[in-house]
Design a protein around this ligand. Sequence first.
Ligand code: SF4
Ligand code: SF4
Length: 179
Amino acid sequence: MFFYNIIRYFFSNIKSMFIVFMNIFSKRETLLYPEKKVNIPPRYRGRIILTRDSNGEERCVSCGLCAVVCPVGCISLQKKEGKNGRWYPKFFRINFSRCIFCGLCEESCPTTAIQMTRDFEMSEYKRTDLVYEKKDLLISGPGKNHKYNFYEKSGKINIFKKNNKNIKRKIVDTKKILP
Ligand code: SF4
Ligand code: SF4
């Protein structure tokens, strides 16, 4: 058994050296990150943002669906009502130290306000720095779905802006569209 093990280990080492030798000149699979940028797939689920519609208004209507659906409970927000009757988040907070980037918040959002981006460079030294407030989340543009405007389709007061004009749309009577 002793001699058998010696022979086995010897050939195992020879085999390993042979594999290493065969790959000395092959193309390197690893990247010298961060000098070389990583090619991230378009549907990668990275840092979360809050977006605005094409009129520059906040898309989030504080419905709370994203917070309810989040499996780790890392979203918190508080609703406030504007003078025009629209709801918006007084504060909106995501604790990225708990987020598992599952994407359920994005899928559940009826206004496409909350969206995931391809940014994964979020490392921090302090865990508390991974708690993002609304000012860190809200961007000035629409992100994905450029043209989608929730208030063109529904809303408490169905007035929306188009080409800088206020357009009033008749509110749908939901009892008349029952199947
Ligand atoms: S990606 Fe998932 S875990 Fe992260 S905030 Fe959204 S629902 Fe929660
Ligand atoms: S981000 Fe979307 S799902 Fe979350 S509260 Fe705002 S509108 Fe609702």
